[in-house]
Design a protein around this ligand. Sequence first.
Ligand SMILES: C[S@@+](CC[C@H](N)C(=O)[O-])C[C@H]1O[C@@H](n2cnc3c(N)ncnc32)[C@H](O)[C@@H]1O
Length: 217
Amino acid sequence: MNPVQEFYNNPYFENLQETQPFLEYLAREEKEIRRNISGGRVLDIGCGNGRSTAILADVADKVIGIDLSERLLEQAKERLKDRKNVELYLENAKSTHFENDYFDCIVMLWNTFGNLYSARDKVFREAVRIVKPNRRIILSVFSENVLPAYSSMLAKNELTIEHQDENYVFLREGLVSKRFSEEKLREIYSNSPLGTKYEIKKLTDISYWCEVRCQKH
Ligand SMILES: C[S@@+](CC[C@H](N)C(=O)[O-])C[C@H]1O[C@@H](n2cnc3c(N)ncnc32)[C@H](O)[C@@H]1O
């Protein structure tokens, strides 16, 4: 089990949602999902305990959530058991069972993209494979301003920063969390197989919403 998977298989994550400015970030993210996504088959990569999947299920025709934490996925199944348009799988986003060009939209929310660390390029490539041509991959991520609030939230939750640098926080408990400047996000997109039709906007001071239309040949 990798350290990030180990972190999400322990009961830390749920508490992290209960403080400001993260509540404001998640409220703005929800608003953006409701405004921006409508119909179609949507993949929620890193669906966790189903918080994001529940919102997506209101606006999409079908939502498929995948996650590598068995514990969080069980919570998602319980939360979403009455939603007829939801399917959930225990699966690593690096390599999925979905066929090529299967999804109308793929999302990674609540900084899931920032947790991927060494898996990031593989997950991006896999997302490109399974999204339909000219459809969107959407990321909601921490901005470069998140560090003070993030550090104090971690301290309140008795989580310990083992190491940090200008991009990453590494927790003793296993979580790796990256934050992104607009410039960094542009660099990621221009070095990816995604093409150049992307949009990056600030959600709150600590977060960005990024969409890219997948150019495939
Ligand atoms: C910050 S949580 C987000 C949960 C949910 N999307 C939300 O918005 O509430 C990140 C989730 O991504 C999952 N995750 C991390 N790496 C993954 C991978 N390679 N494949 C699938 N899930 C992954 C974690 O287990 C965790 O549940």
